[in-house]
Design a protein around this ligand. Structure first.
Ligand SMILES: Cc1ncc(COP(=O)(O)O)c(C=O)c1O
Length: 400
């Protein structure tokens, strides 16, 4: 069975810990939202009504929590490749003068704002720039900080088997520590319990080959966990027992693997066919190592029939961020990457997506769940998938 979450630790680790340069400091929190709240608590101790500029492709659950903490947010638009150009971004900075600006490296694709810094002149002097790296496994010694008001925050549970989030910034700017002893509270115990239950039920579903159990572990337990994360007023530190492992993350091994996996997705998804409603993203190869998922962007709302089809075939994936403004007239399917995914898994996923769209060589395909006939404009020859071949794949996918 294929899914996003990886549970094995060994492939993620190396023997020697990382050395962090002195000019950089790393603080460890329970979650992205805990790190974020602690940072703004220290940087704006007296200011009450803070404004955050966020991309319109963002997690609404996080924004709802921020609202409860008294923050106001304003969206800036991203295109289908999760980018905004510098001159448009500049206008948002000038117009709203936000206290906090979030730049999200969605799916692990680095924001193009970091290759054209012309917006920096319009960046309000007292504002914070937070790079949301929850979709990246960030190597702290390698981060490029623009200045001492620029920070990174990650969310390790999304990109590795370890929990918690790291707040990374200039040493002079992070002159505080996460609240002491904050770990032992009902908030963190509840979140640890829910996350552990998710992992156990998820693992059980994987071992028993029960897609419905794997799916329910996400939609019920993980959702419950995500709902309580970020709701506490006091930011919490991370479970320190994991720090020796987190300091030994083997970045290079994962980066090499992800680069190869992205290239393979690109080849097997687009070599023989062009999907009628998919926009092929132009992702720079330099971003491949840092990607969390392979994003398949569609020009229509989420297609539940495609999800049902993939789940039936043992591919437990979803369209993500379906309730944010970016998703009004498009959707993005996250396809998994990582140590738990093999080359034959990727071929199998591509086959199953193709199978859904192109059920026979006469050009019968599905758009948003509806069977269409005829040839779609501009498409190359649809790929015909032999059912016997896919049956063979479905037996071998999880074993390889
Ligand atoms: C883009 C983005 N940023 C931040 C977060 C918050 O991360 P955490 O749950 O670790 O607080 C999420 C949560 O899913 C997210 O999707």
């Amino acid at each position: 069975m294929i899914n996003y979450y990886q549970t094995g630790w060994l492939k993620f680790l190396k023997l020697h810990p990382d050395l962090i340069p002195r000019k950089i400091k790393v603080l460890y929190y329970l979650s992205f939202e805990d790190a974020f709240l602690d940072l703004i608590r220290h940087k704006f101790p007296h200011k009450k009504h803070l404004t955050v500029l966020v991309p319109d492709f963002y997690c609404t659950n996080v924004l709802d929590n921020w609202k409860k903490h008294g923050l106001k947010y304003i969206y800036y638009p991203l295109d289908s490749g999760f980018q905004i150009n510098s001159s448009a971004f500049k206008k948002y900075l000038w117009l709203y003068e936000p206290d906090i600006v979030i730049v999200f490296n969605a799916c692990g694709i680095k924001s193009g704002l970091f290759s054209d810094f012309s917006w920096l002149q319009s960046f309000p002097k007292k504002s914070l720039l937070i790079e949301d790296g929850v979709h990246q496994l960030i190597h702290p010694p390698a981060v490029n900080l623009i200045n001492n008001r620029h920070f990174f925050i990650d969310s390790l549970r999304k990109v590795s088997p370890f929990p918690g989030s790291r707040l990374i910034g200039d040493s002079s700017a992070l002159d505080f520590c996460p609240p002491r002893n904050s770990f032992f509270s009902s908030y963190s115990l509840k979140s640890c319990l829910l996350f552990s239950s998710f992992r156990i039920i998820f693992r059980l579903g994987m071992v028993l080959g029960l897609g419905s159990l794997v799916s329910a572990s996400h939609t019920r337990l993980l959702k419950k966990h995500d709902d309580i994360i970020g709701t506490h007023n006091l930011p919490h530190s991370g479970p320190k027992i994991f720090l020796p492992f987190i300091n030994r993350l083997n970045y290079q091994r994962l980066y090499r693997l992800k680069s190869a996996q992205i290239k393979l997705y690109d080849r097997v998804l687009f070599r023989n066919c062009r999907f009628p409603t998919v926009s092929r993203l132009n992702i720079p190869a330099t971003d491949f190592p840092f990607m969390h998922v392979y994003p398949l962007v569609f020009s229509h709302s989420p297609d539940q029939k495609l999800i049902d089809h993939l789940h039936r075939q043992g591919i437990i994936v979803w369209f993500k961020f379906t309730d944010c403004p970016w998703s009004m007239d498009r959707s993005v399917l996250f396809l998994p990457l990582g140590h738990h995914i093999t080359a034959s898994d990727i071929r199998y996923i591509a086959d199953k997506i193709s199978e859904y769209y192109f059920t026979n060589p006469n050009g019968i395909y599905h758009v948003n769940g509806f069977r269409q006939t005829g040839h779609f404009a501009g498409g190359a020859l649809p790929l015909y998938i032999n059912p016997q071949l896919t049956h063979f794949h479905s037996n071998s996918a999880s074993a390889e």
